[in-house]
Ligand binder design. Sequence first.
Ligand code: BGC
Length: 418
Amino acid sequence: MNRISKNSLRAVALACATLAASAQAGEVEVLHWWTSGGEAKAVGSLKATLQAKGHTWKDFAVAGGGGDSAMTVLKSRVVSGNAPAAAQIKGPSLQEWAAEGVLANMDDVAKAEQWDSLLPKVVSDIMKYKGNYIAAPVNVHRVNWLWANPEAFKKAGTKVPTNWDEFFVAAEALKKAGIVPVAHGGQNWQDFTTFEAVALGVGGTEFYKKALVQLDPATISSPTMEKVLTTFKKVKDYTDKNAPGRDWNLATAMVIKGEAGMQIMGDWAKGEFVAAGKVPGKDFVCVAAPGTAKAYTFNIDSFALFNQRDAEKTKARKDLAVAIMSTEFQETFSLNKGSIPVRLNMKMDKFDDCAKASSADFVATAKTGALVPSIAHGMAVNSAAEGAIKDAVSQYWNSDKMSAKDAMGKIALAAKTR
Ligand code: BGC
């Protein structure tokens, strides 16, 4: 046998081995929008988990906090008949996609892994369409948080606020000390995140539910809503002129560096502090957004699987679903992401005090009725109404002329969008 034929035989043998391996392994293309420092670390743990099972991770990251850009890209991919294997889809949007008949039924995995007994009912309800599982839940984020830099507060001689009156006192003091009081960015979902925190803090839980979950017209046009809008707009006076266009994680970086005093943001912000090596309780503090200590706006990340014909890919996707709910993954992912595990009865000993508080409050507020879905993060209403209300809120935030009453009219109209 000459050299060439020996080499070609070796090549054939190698090809056979690769084929044999790929008979059990598949490629999973995963669409997500986790591109900031903490987010990327968290998604890296999902990738590693899948790769450990012999599958290939094809990253389909679409940058843009809150996921609006990712959802636009997803729609065009599905419409053109080229859906990814899995996509980060949340809340009522899951049911909207399922109604299109494009999502895979995950009951086989859910039954085998006993998801019904491992998940709080508020979570499993969101993951189901007509009683069948159509998504795997990843974690629970609390949205109503305020992140503060204690050094900045010390310099300004003021204390971290617990209600909206204290918030404006602190903001004024930070401003006088030459510190940007409120780190804010430029996308409308960031305005909306602040808005829902103000609605919850000023209006209370019942108001929040009526106005932003049930979209009750009378509540949307009530004097309480006017007060919420006026308070919300006042927050803008304490943001800096470079906020428009700024990403949320760059706003968090301002608090990390002490250039800004505080940020109202969900606990994915903690992922940024932690990724920067900062220690909660020392370098930064987490408190409930003003006036919301007894309530909890929840935001649950989840992955849906798209129907696939290819058997290898189906196996890989199932492995992804099993991995997402495993105790190891639930822990590692949330430690990086700033969230808490969605799976019940997880040990919290590796988690910091912010996560421990989130976990205890999730359970407590579920009992008192103060556990509410975040409208700004796609948990509360249909996606069309959410988008329209979000636009109305941002128009008001950005306009010098629109009154709170005008904004109420716009929000009421937007709430009717289907
Ligand atoms: C998602 C988080 C993400 C955040 C910022 C939220 O809507 O639920 O997972 O970190 O947007 O991108």
